[in-house]
Design a protein around this ligand. Structure first.
Ligand code: NAD
Length: 284
């Protein structure tokens, strides 16, 4: 059925998929009635994902290690007419995962989308990295993705859902100054495929995909640049910007739009895939 149906009483039935009728746009929200949890959503890319999902009708759980920033983002979403809840969640804490997922199931009855977004970058080459910084990076960027994915599968396996793991282009190509980060993001990339296969093998209607942002100007990148030895940050920015075929760094919204696609049914035939959003950086 591809249009309008005139009824005997003179009224019209409109196919909801028909978006434009005589210039009038009928709304079709992509995440209507969906419950989404986004970690590290108090800043940067996670914040943009939370805002975008809320615009598309989702109730978003905005969690972050920094509870003040989570509250700020949730408050702004609500002020703009969206639905949001804020909570402090340290993604490296196994117990906190149980608490957060338990709270969502107790109050909403379901979780439809999880975005494992929280992450850190401590710049250092293989020669300069300390074991302590290495382990911290793997805990925040890697172990958290395992615990979140495992926990989300447990609550999604009957009703289904979409799990989105934020990796990086640094999970695909190497960079001398990001040894521990490369290791963590490469792990997220291939772990996502393992989890996707585990779900399909069991017949769970759960899709698990990874997203690979290129260089996006957020506090994470600004902090990593500030941590580089003098002169190296400038050289790094010039080098990466000139290596981006599209000519500039991306914006958090560019990543949020990709996550929206993976979260909703438009991507229903995708699992274990890697969505690269990088202005062409990894083409060469
Ligand atoms: P950001 O620093 O702006 O935001 C990260 C958020 O994670 C912060 O709010 C921080 O408080 C939170 N966080 C840190 N440790 C946490 C913990 N233990 N538990 C819970 N929350 C914690 O960074 P961003 O650039 O928005 O990065 C978001 C994700 O995107 C990260 O996984 C990052 O690796 C990835 N990424 C970023 C870029 C980029 O260029 N910005 C590129 C590729 C991938």
């Amino acid at each position: 059925w591809n249009g309008l149906l005139a009824l005997n009483d003179g009224s019209l039935l409109v196919n909801p998929e028909l978006l434009y009728i005589k210039g009038v746009q009928t709304m079709s929200l992509k995440l209507e009635n969906k419950i989404a949890l986004i970690t590290g959503a108090g800043s940067g890319i996670g914040e943009a994902i939370a805002r975008r999902f809320a615009q598309e009708g989702a109730l978003v759980y905005v969690t972050d290690l920094d509870s003040a920033s989570a509250s700020r983002v949730a408050g702004e979403i609500i002020a703009e007419g969206g639905r949001a809840e804020a909570a402090r969640q340290d993604v490296t804490d196994e117990k906190a995962w149980g608490t957060q997922l338990g709270e969502i199931i107790a109050s909403q009855g379901a979780l439809d989308v999880l975005v494992n977004n929280a992450g850190i970058a401590i710049p250092a080459s293989v020669e300069d990295a300390t074991l302590e910084d290495w382990r911290t990076t793997q805990a925040v960027n890697g172990e958290s993705v395992f615990m979140g994915t495992r926990g989300a599968i447990a609550v999604m396996r009957e009703r289904g859902g979409s799990i989105i793991n934020i990796s990086s282009i640094e999970g695909i190509v190497g960079e001398a100054m990001t040894a521990a980060y490369n290791y963590s993001k490469g792990g997220v990339r291939i772990f996502t495929k393992s989890a996707a296969l585990a779900c399909t093998r069991k017949g769970y209607p759960i899709r698990v995909n990874s997203v690979h942002p290129g260089f996006i100007l957020t506090p994470l990148v600004q902090g990593a640049l500030a941590g580089m030895p003098e002169g190296e940050a400038e050289e790094f920015v010039t080098r990466v910007t000139s290596a981006i075929p599209m000519g500039s760094m991306g914006e958090p919204l560019d990543i949020a739009n990709g996550c929206l696609f993976l979260a909703c049914d438009d991507s229903r035939y995708m699992t274990g895939s890697e969505l690269v959003i990088d202005g062409g950086y990894t083409c060469h």
